[in-house]
Design a protein around this ligand. Sequence first.
Ligand code: GLU
Length: 441
Amino acid sequence: MANLEAKHPGENEYLQAVREVLETIETEYNKHPEFEAAKIVERIVEPDRIFKFRVVWVDDKGKTQVNLGYRVQYNAALGAYKGGLRFHPKVNESMLKFLGFEQIFKNSLTMLPLGGGKGGADFDPVGKSDAEIMRFCQAFVYELWRNIGPDQDSPAGDVGVGGREIGYMYGMYKKLAREHSTGALTGKSYGWGGSLIRPEATGFGAIYYVERMVKEKKDTMKGKRIALSGFGNVAWGAAIKATELGAKVVAISGPDGVCEIEKGITKDMIDYMLEMRASNRNKVEDMATKFPKLAKFTAGKKAWSVKCDIAMPCAFQNELDEKDAKELLKNGVKYVAEVSNMGCQPGAIAAIQKAKVPFGPGKAVNAGGVATSGLEICQNAEHRNWTAEEVDKNLHTIMNNIYDMCVEHGKEKDGSINYVKGANIAGFMRVAKAMVAQGII
Ligand code: GLU
């Protein structure tokens, strides 16, 4: 860690992600002299390569705009690079390196042949017109297309990139590469290469994982109060599945504040989340304006201020801090499952674990998204569409398998389960063994 800090000063998110993994795998790692001999840790913490490029486009007023685009190809020991694209004004190399690093282990946990990668741009979709989004996506792919492909690197969505953006990028990719029906990008819409259940997959997968955490305690999802942060694709999928299992989503949030939904979110409200995201306004208050009798908006508050049994951060890294964790614990939270990548700060995780409240880490809980991207690539390669039931069944099996691996590697002497340790060890071992077997490259 000292070497890395000296080499990459100020890359805080990246260093945070690496530290968490190294701390939890240390004991296990030291049992394997072959890892040390092949310098697996020193190799795994550095990306294979990073592409950084200028993205130039013209806005609706005819003005030239310049952004920075990136693709971090992190580790290909298990397969072609795979991971999302994030469009957000705060995107920088450190953020994408942390996300790419996490992606290696997450993808490994799915047991599919997926390497780790991530990318994005410091482009802010908020307030942009549809035509502006299209022009930006086209300009982005114009730079990147030679370095992606189903057997090379397959991007998907992430914060700020959903079905619409993937559509525009895929259209441009096909035009340039003259390839069709490929898994060069995933998260495509159904009908032209996309998989059923991919939009729901991250949220569904997260709830499948949480359901296992709840069952582990001989408890039930029925009637549980769930607080979700965000109102994007991930929170949407989680809200559908949680409601289906009889739980009550009592809070969603946005950068402007929180909407408290005392009676639990309804189907109409879940559907409206899609419109809120498509509007690019990024305001959760819109839910309370549309459903004034069901949702109460409070400006400046987080979802964690609402009393809940299960807290699920679904928005952005480091969104849940130690103070939030203490507030949740004081209000009797029973389970915390990170759905956003590195959604909880280290102090928050420590407080939750100290209180013996089960904590599921993002790289395991949210792996259903990339897993279903893997299933989309399978369908593209077969030139076939699976039914929603087939995809969902595969997703459920993968999530159950991930849960079992986390328990196997995370069981402590006192019988409790350290899901963070379990996920890191299980994810790391598969990659490390593959790297040793494939030689010094
Ligand atoms: N962005 C998602 C993640 O963090 C999905 C990546 C993918 O489907 O490739 O895992």
